[in-house]
Design a protein around this ligand. Structure first.
Ligand SMILES: Cc1ncc(COP(=O)(O)O)c(C=O)c1O
Length: 380
């Protein structure tokens, strides 16, 4: 360990990039990549051509990007307002980040850094809240979930009253990843009772697949922030653009703590184009929802699997096994068998998360699941 480095960092390992950046294998052509919840569809060629034109004719690579993001924020505000006529979100309610990951880090810096507070998460959930908090030396308090992955609200409530440093931010995903369930009325009611001294972060990364947003809550709740991303429904994972919607006072804090030129010009151009062409890009959503429902129903036919309903673009399942102590080994066998046949799936939170892909990829998933279950039946 280098003597000048914080000792607590020795406990962490670097994020494993996906696909592995040290292999030369042509991942795209070999695998169905169903482990990171991206859209299975690239940008249409005509949009790539428009972007290429912007790159050639408009973007000056010797100049810094637009560090204020005003045009993009206006476009995002217009899109957000489309979900409900009562909304009047403006650019003053929006901050954009280098992926939602950057926004998560900014929120952590703004609320909990320097011993100011702890964060609360309910596992299993999106791992980056905990990972980013720990790299900043922020205390992470975890509570569990029940069989349907609803948050253990008693444990959460007692954590809020007991923690030192006090809970200053609660992170929830709506619908949750990896378990794909939307917040229930009970969970929502609990969140609404929480004091304005605590920031409530609602991560709506999968909003376009759930069509269920809590943006309206922002009108009366200055301590709530909604996060979204261009990495899923808008097919721009490669460009790293996320945004959040909140009260202007919180937005102005996020603008203070972010890096000045956090988005490359090309990413700004990509996100702007996605907003302009949203109707075209979102045309694939009904297909994904339909495929998701069919995939869920077909997987649930296997008596050896417990498969949960999904409000997102992925399915969460667990094999039913006699010896629960063996679950991790069994899940590893599942993902290795899938990988050997050409499908990447994600082993996480004591189960498997499988992204909804193209109809052809989903047909592979079903075919391969039959083979896997046959191959590992002895271990179940
Ligand atoms: C719940 C959730 N939030 C945020 C992200 C990250 O989004 P971005 O690519 O914008 O950093 C993901 C990515 O998988 C996610 O599942």
């Amino acid at each position: 360990m280098l003597p000048y480095i914080r000792q607590d960092l020795a406990r962490f390992s670097a994020y494993k990039p996906h696909p592995a950046s040290d292999t030369a294998s042509p991942v795209a052509t070999v695998f169905d990549r169903l482990d990171t919840n991206e859209s299975p569809y690239d940008l249409p060629v005509e949009l790539k051509q428009k972007l290429a034109w912007t790159y050639e004719q408009v973007i000056e690579t010797n100049r810094y990007p637009d560090g204020g993001h005003e045009e993009l924020k206006r476009a995002i505000a217009e899109y957000v307002n489309e979900s409900d006529q009562a909304l009047s979100i403006t650019s003053s309610n929006i901050s954009v980040g280098n992926g939602s990951d950057e926004l998560i880090r900014s929120l952590l810096i703004a609320t909990c850094l320097g011993g100011n507070g702890s964060i609360l998460v309910a596992n299993p959930t999106f791992s980056m809240y905990g990972i980013l908090a720990q790299t900043l030396g922020i205390n992470v308090v975890t509570v569990g979930r029940n069989q349907d992955f609803e948050i253990d609200l008693d444990a959460a409530q007692s954590a809020i009253t007991q923690q030192n440093p006090p809970i200053k931010a609660i992170f929830v995903v709506h619908p949750n990843s990896p378990t794909a369930n939307a917040l229930t009325d009970k969970e929502l009611t609990w969140l609404q009772t929480i004091s304005e001294d605590i920031l409530i972060v609602i991560d709506e990364a999968y909003f376009e697949f759930s069509q269920n947003t809590l943006v309206k809550e922002l009108q009366t709740r200055p301590n709530w922030v909604i996060m979204r991303t261009f990495s899923k429904a808008f097919r721009l994972a490669a460009m790293r653009v996320g945004y959040c919607i909140a009260h202007p006072e919180l937005i102005s804090v996020l603008e203070k703590v972010r890096l000045p030129y956090n988005l490359p010009s090309f990413s700004i151009a990509g996100a702007l184009l996605a907003m302009q062409e949203r109707n075209l890009l979102l045309k694939s959503i009904p297909e994904t929802i339909n495929e998701r429902n069919n995939l869920k129903a077909a997987l649930a036919q296997h008596s050896q699997l417990k498969v949960w309903n999904s409000a997102a673009n992925f399915i969460y399942l667990q094999p039913k096994i006699n010896n629960t102590a063996k679950i991790d080994n069994v899940l590893t066998s599942f993902s290795e068998e899938f990988r050997n046949m050409g499908t990447l799936v994600r082993q996480t939170g004591g189960g498997l998360r499988i992204t909804v892909g193209t109809p052809q990829e989903n047909a592979h998933t079903l075919m391969r699941m039959k083979v896997v279950l046959e191959n590992i039946k002895q271990s179940l």
